[in-house]
Design a protein around this ligand. Structure first.
Ligand SMILES: [Zn+2]
Length: 308
C-alpha cells in the first residue's frame, strides 16, 4: 500500500471534461482545468501489516469518485481543493505482490481549476513537491491472514508482523463502507503519510477523524500517559513515606502490616495519613536549628492569642 502518490499530469481529453463538468457550476473547457493522476492505495501489505483485497479496491474505486483532496491543512479554503472525477483499479502486467497475487492499485484522476492561487499549487504538483497523499476510508471487515478469523471478534491469537509457518501474518481489509477526504502531505516520507484506515467498531457506526484531530488525540494520550506515570510515582512515594513515618510514630504496628495497609489506601487516605503523621512528627521531635527562630515567633504569636 505504501503512500499514495501523484503520478503525472496528463492530457485532458474530452471524456475527462465530460466527467469533470458533472461537478462544476458552469461548463469548463480543457484550458480551464489542470488534471493529474494519483495512486491512492494498492493490494500490497503495508507498513502496518495490512492489505486491501482486490475486491476491496474495486469498491473503493466507486467510493472515491467525487471526493475532494485538500492541499494544505493549515491554510485550506474551499477553492484550494482538487476533486477526483474518475477512479479505477489498475493491474500492471506481470507484477505480483509479496504474497504472490497479481498486483493491483487504485488510481484516481483529479482536477483543479486553473488560475489565481491554484497556479502555485499546479506548479508544486508539476515540480513533484506535492507528491505524497494520504487517504482515509473505513472497512467493515478485518481478517487474520493465518486463521482467517475476523480480528475484531477477539478469537484470533496471531500477531501481525510475526511469521507463522514461513508466512508473515497480516490483516486483510475488506468491505470498505466509506471513503473520506484525501489530502496532500506536505513533508514526503512522513511516517503517517499514506493510507489511513478506519475500522467500524462493533456498534457498526463509523466515526471519522481528521488528520489534525488524530494528532491532537495522540498528543492528549501521550500527555495522559505521562501524567499517569507521574501519578503512580507520587502515590508510591506517598506510600513509602506513610510507612516510614508509621514506623517512627507507631512502632507497635509492624512494617509489613503497614505496607499491606497502604497498598489498599486511596490517594485521599494516603494524603490524610501523611498529613496527620507529618504534624505528629513536628510535635514529637524538635524542629531543626535553622527553623528555631521562625518557630519561636510562631509560638510568640500563639502566646499572644492567649492574652485576649
Ligand atoms: Zn489469526
Amino acid at each position: 500500500m505504501k503512500e499514495g502518490y501523484v503520478e503525472k499530469s496528463g492530457e485532458t481529453t474530452e471524456q475527462d471534461m465530460e466527467l469533470i463538468n458533472r461537478y462544476t457550476r458552469r461548463e469548463l473547457t480543457a484550458e480551464e482545468v489542470y488534471t493529474f493522476s494519483v495512486v491512492l492505495c494498492d493490494n500490497e501489505i503495508d507498513r502496518d501489516y495490512e492489505r486491501f483485497t482486490t475486491e476491496a479496491l474495486e469498491k473503493l474505486a466507486v467510493l472515491f469518485v467525487g471526493r475532494t483532496g485538500i492541499f494544505d491543512h493549515q491554510n485550506s479554503s474551499a477553492n484550494q481543493a482538487a476533486r477526483i472525477y474518475s477512479c479505477r483499479v489498475e493491474r500492471p502486467e506481470g507484477k505480483t505482490t509479496s504474497f504472490g497475487e497479481p498486483y493491483a492499485r487504485l488510481t484516481a484522476k483529479a482536477y483543479l481549476p486553473r488560475g489565481g492561487v491554484q497556479e502555485d499549487l499546479i506548479l508544486q504538483l508539476d515540480a513533484g513537491i506535492k507528491k505524497e497523499v494520504s487517504v482515509g476510508c473505513s472497512v467493515g471487515s478485518v481478517r487474520c491472514s493465518v486463521c482467517g478469523e475476523e480480528v475484531r471478534r477477539g478469537t484470533c491469537r496471531h500477531q501481525k508482523g510475526k511469521v507463522y509457518g514461513g508466512r508473515v501474518c497480516h490483516h486483510i481489509l475488506e468491505e470498505p463502507s466509506d471513503a473520506y477526504e484525501w489530502s496532500f502531505v506536505a513533508v514526503p516520507a512522513q511516517r503517517e503519510a499514506g493510507v489511513i484506515k478506519h475500522y467500524l467498531p462493533e456498534s457498526g457506526k463509523a466515526c471519522t477523524l481528521t488528520e489534525s484531530q488524530v494528532c491532537k488525540l495522540r498528543g492528549h494520550l501521550e500527555d495522559l500517559e505521562k501524567r499517569a506515570g507521574m501519578g503512580d510515582e507520587y502515590r508510591d512515594n506517598l506510600r513509602r513515606e506513610v510507612v516510614r513515618l508509621s514506623g517512627i510514630l507507631q512502632p507497635g504496628i509492624a512494617l509489613p502490616v503497614m505496607e499491606r495497609v497502604v497498598q489498599r489506601m486511596t490517594l485521599d487516605e494516603l494524603k490524610a495519613f501523611h498529613k496527620a503523621y507529618s504534624q505528629k512528627m513536628e510535635e514529637t521531635f524538635p524542629v531543626s536549628p535553622q527553623l528555631a527562630g521562625r518557630d519561636r515567633s510562631r509560638r510568640a504569636e500563639g502566646d499572644r492569642s492567649f492574652q485576649i
